[in-house]
Design a protein around this ligand. Structure first.
Ligand code: 5GP
Ligand code: MG
Length: 185
């Protein structure tokens, strides 16, 4: 696995520090929300599978009452490195009436995934919906898509690690990396 890495884009210490900052910001913002369910708690909606590692690190730094409702979406099946259209897998959370929702995803690219999931979630009666992404590509489609919290802006390259995959592999790499060109050949 290590031999396929071209270079490390974001190392584990930088990720950890930034996730801590994001958690502080999110905790401060959500501690001010009013209305919805009493007592106020938040509902985390992670978009699987790419958000898994980020999610685990982020929520352990959020000292808030929370529940988790999983959503699974596929847009880069198998060896695709460009979006092939979004497909929802399985069920959406049933009823979110009065919930303050935080959608968590790994990376903002075309913006279609977050737009699609936000629209579906917003129709379920939430008190509020916000979104949080670890990464955002420095391209127009991503920069022009609304997201409330962004970890890092990165160049327009296909990255893996820290939850992000290529053909299902590399999610367990602790850093965000770029793979060697030969890997895609
Ligand atoms: P969007 O819908 O914004 O185009 O893409 C979001 C989804 O596409 C992400 O949740 C992720 O699963 C996948 N994706 C986009 N860019 C990359 C990338 O550079 N690497 C990997 N591994 N997945 C990506
Ligand atoms: Mg994803």
């Amino acid at each position: 696995m290590q031999e396929n890495i071209d270079r490390v884009l974001i190392d584990r210490h930088t990720i950890a520090a930034r996730v801590g900052e994001m958690a502080e910001q999110i905790a401060a913002d959500f501690s001010k929300v009013e209305g919805g369910l009493d007592p106020v708690h938040i509902t985390i909606v992670p978009i699987l599978t790419g958000s898994l590692i980020f999610l685990a690190d982020l929520i352990r730094r959020l000292p808030l009452m929370m529940q988790i409702r999983l959503v699974t979406v596929s847009s880069y099946p198998g060896k695709a490195t460009t979006s092939q259209g979004i497909e929802l897998k399985g069920q959406l959370p049933e009823d979110l009436t009065g919930h303050h929702v935080l959608i968590v995803d790994d990376i903002l690219d075309s913006g279609r995934t977050i737009q699609y999931v936000t629209d579906l979630i917003a129709k379920r009666g939430c008190a509020s919906v916000r979104s949080c992404m670890l990464l955002r590509k420095r391209i127009a489609s991503a920069m022009n898509t609304h997201a409330d919290y962004i970890g890092f802006d990165i160049p327009d390259e296909f990255v893996v690690g820290y939850g992000l995959d290529y053909d299902g592999f590399y999610r367990n790499l602790p850093e965000v990396v770029v793979l060697k060109k030969e890997v895609f050949a």
